[in-house]
Write a protein of this length. Structure first.
Length: 201
């Protein structure tokens, strides 16, 4: 499968997102996509050049980071699925309102025009306040699948939402089985929006 893996600027989650990217890239053809913020910003969690190099090493492809680079995803039907992880509250709001002004939001728009799945793994500290309405809006959208989210409380009682792992399954049976087999508490099915009853989900 051809998977787009788009990253936004929630840098504190990158140490958990990159292993997920690696796991997907081991079984699928992955195209890395960065928002402008991800592509240009240095933070205490690493430099932009380090993040770019990591993604390109894991995927074996250059990072796409402009609207012009990702626009062909739509007309050429380049992706079977698009993952946005981490998806910041800013990008979440843009997706909910139909704003297309970054490589990530353009990739999502291009993917959705083909009726193909977009997995959104939200990482924001206002998921239960101002961003909640945007999460609710996307829950109602066809072909948008919100990742299972895990709230983590740090020493200073600051809650964040993180992506732990992504498991792609080609059938519903394989998906349910993978939920039981995976050691990670998070598994996402990009082919259906059924609720999994497995204890690890």
């Amino acid at each position: 499968m051809n998977i787009g893996f788009a990253m936004c600027g929630s840098f504190c989650t990158y140490d958990q997102v990159f292993p997920a990217m690696q796991a997907v890239a081991e079984k699928h053809n992955v195209i890395p996509i960065f928002s402008e913020c991800s592509y240009t910003t240095d933070s205490r969690f690493g430099t932009h050049t380090t993040h770019i190099e990591t993604a390109e090493t894991l995927c074996g492809k250059s990072v796409l980071h402009t609207i012009a680079q990702v626009e062909p995803i739509g007309p050429k039907k380049l992706l079977d699925a698009l993952v946005i992880a981490p998806c910041t509250g800013n990008t979440l709001a843009k997706l909910a309102l139909g704003v297309t002004d970054t490589a990530v939001t353009m990739a999502a728009k291009a993917q959705l025009r083909n009726g193909r799945p977009v997995v959104v793994a939200v990482s924001t500290n206002d998921g239960l306040s101002v961003s909640l309405k945007n999460i609710g809006e996307l829950l109602c959208r066809k072909n948008i699948i919100l990742a299972i989210i895990i709230s983590v409380t740090t020493d200073n009682v600051h809650s964040i939402i993180v992506l732990r792992h992504i498991c792609f399954a080609t059938t519903k049976t394989a998906f349910f089985q993978s939920c039981h087999d995976f050691t990670s508490p998070l598994a996402i099915c990009i082919f259906c929006n059924l609720q999994c009853t497995a204890s690890l989900c």
